[in-house]
Design a protein around this ligand. Sequence first.
Ligand code: HEM
Length: 225
Amino acid sequence: MMDLVLFGIFPYVAVALAVCVGIYRYFVDRYSWSSHSSQFLESRLLFWGSVPWHYAILVILLAHFLAFLFPQGWGTLLGRPLRLYLLEASGMALGIATLIALILLLARRAGNPRLSAVTTVADWVVLWLLLLQVATGVYIAFTLRWGSVWYLHTASPWLWSLVKFDPQVQYLAVLPTVVKLHAINAFVLIAILPFSRLVHVITVPLSYLGRPYQVVAWYRQRRSA
Ligand code: HEM
């Protein structure tokens, strides 16, 4: 029963919340649809935390999506030991990068009074949940070896069953608790998306790619600013 609630019902509640509240917030408070920058308060640690975090997590999430969408192709890709080792090792390296970057971002906000002052409860919740997500992910990668392969026979069919509105929770129910936690927390993150700065995931500024360059110039010393 618990498995059905967690893996068969909660994912729909999370997605429904994300879509409905997201649309509501877009029309009622469009300016808040972003991740308000704190760069002007502190930029050095932000750079070392935020840049590696975004590059590494995007690649990891892309791998999650590709394995989910194309399990057969992904299986063929991993069919040779060398490719399997390379992919697993890259995943582990990127996973550790996300972990370090996130710890840096958390320490940055906790250790700087000016930043703590502008950090809301929702900001803390997001950072800690992300830490839980990547920590469990890295733990899985290191302790439950060849996750990139067994994902194809567990997570991928489970996610497809959700897409087809025919939840097959047994795929997840048999997995170790840490994997269940990782999967559920992913949907918790989706659920809180419209209530937090995570909403910027949907408003990726793609238009930046095509627009003319914009030169940002400081007209006085940063330190005195
Ligand atoms: C918000 C969404 C998610 C995020 C941010 C996320 C993040 C991560 C991270 C950082 C890793 C470590 C990568 C590595 O070191 O190889 C990982 C691994 C993993 N994740 Fe997720 N994950 C998400 C959703 C999911 C979902 C829904 C599942 C399905 C059960 C899942 C299953 C796995 C598995 C099986 C691994 C181990 C991969 C391996 O051993 O190579 N993840 N995840």
